[in-house]
Write a protein that binds this ligand. Structure first.
Ligand code: UDP
Ligand code: MG
Length: 333
């Protein structure tokens, strides 16, 4: 344990050297979405302060986004705010979900680096310096990887499946897309727009926006206080969201490439099926009236043509939105 702490202190000192900025600038903003987590707040804040004060030379801010809590979370944070003005809280009037909370936190965060974490202490605040050190190796987003995960069995395994599919579909080799603990350069969060339940796909969105994304193994712990707000039962919705992410990132400017490719393949297959039947008929080998395959072929052609039409409609939409496309510019001379 002592050795672990020593390594952490060394890391903290090393990374602090990277940060030589103006004295009044906020170096690290920590954004924490929370929904009824009153029992962990005191410990969370005290551990954050212990980590951030030396690491940022007191140039940090902690932004809680209270997602409509009905317990004493807000009052507790307020007490801390009165003691330490670097601790802030934005409270929603109702529960909008984790994505909404993150997005509102992103809008107000001022730091050069932004770290997000859950409020339940399943992740360690002491990992923050390691994440930022990793950013400084040349990345824009570092996502935590709960290599050994302490959650219910069903959640761990459904999450493994989710991560595998997301990794294959998105083409990003990450093990853990949905870890609450992540570090970003400011530019990334200012371009992100998460809503609904899109927070699960933040690394995918950032990757498709041209940012360099990587992961770092982090410690994970069982929930000490309160209850989990997410079960394992959200996977169908999760995968539908993945489709949305694909369409709105990779194919936003070229919808016909997505719908048209599938549509053309299906139509061509339908033509081949019916061509085969027509040849059989011409050769006098069969009557079309007793070949169900004919209906199959016709259905394929109609379905394929519909997909192509949807793609064309998408293209009309893309053209009218083209002026609003916001290209992610890396550098200008
Ligand atoms: N959370 C939130 N709004 C919600 C649900 C969750 O802000 O509607 C917060 C929650 O308080 C916690 C984080 O999101 O800080 C992750 O939630 P949880 O720990 O329940 O998820 P799990 O770790 O079980 O996946
Ligand atoms: Mg949790």
């Amino acid at each position: 344990m002592n050795e672990k702490n020593n390594i952490r202190t060394q890391n903290t000192q090393k990374s602090a050297k990277h940060i030589q900025r103006q004295s009044n600038e906020v170096v690290v903003s920590v954004v924490i979405p929370l929904f009824n987590e009153e029992s962990s707040i005191d410990e969370l804040i005290s551990r954050l302060e212990k980590t951030l004060v030396p690491f940022t030379k007191n140039r940090y801010e902690i932004i809680f986004v209270d997602d409509g809590s009905t317990d004493k979370s807000r009052q507790k944070i307020k007490e801390h705010h009165q003691r330490n003005s670097k601790i802030h809280c934005i409270s929603f009037r109702r529960n909008y979900g984790k994505s909404a909370a993150l997005q509102v936190g992103f809008k107000v965060a001022r730091g050069l680096y932004i770290v997000t974490m859950d409020a339940d202490l399943q992740d360690e605040p002491e990992e923050i310096p390691n994440l930022i050190k990793k950013l400084n190796e040349g990345y824009d987003l570092v996502s935590g990887w709960k290599r050994k995960r302490y959650d219910p069995f069903i959640k761990v395994w459904s999450s493994k499946l989710f991560n595998l599919v997301t990794s294959i579909v998105s083409g990003i080799r990450l093990h853990d897309f949905n870890c609450g603990l992540k570090a970003y350069r400011k530019i990334v969060i200012k371009r992100l727009n998460v809503y609904g339940e899109m927070h699960r796909y933040i690394p995918v969105l950032a990757h498709w926006d041209g940012f360099r994304v990587t992961e770092l193994p982090v410690q994970h712990h069982p929930r000490k206080y309160g209850k989990s707000k997410f079960g394992a039962g959200r996977f169908i919705k999760g995968f539908l969201d993945l489709l949305t992410v694909m369409i709105t990132t990779r194919f936003m400017q070229r919808p016909l490439h997505f719908f048209g490719t599938i549509g053309t393949l299906i139509t061509v297959f339908g033509f081949i099926v019916n061509l085969y039947l027509i040849i059989e008929w011409l050769l006098g080998r069969t009557y079309l009236s007793n070949r169900p395959l004919l209906l199959f072929g016709i259905t394929l052609i109609i379905f394929g043509a519909q997909l192509i039409s949807i793609g064309l409609l998408g293209e009309m939409n893309a053209k009218s939105l083209a002026e609003k496309v916001d290209y992610n510019i890396k550098d200008k001379f």
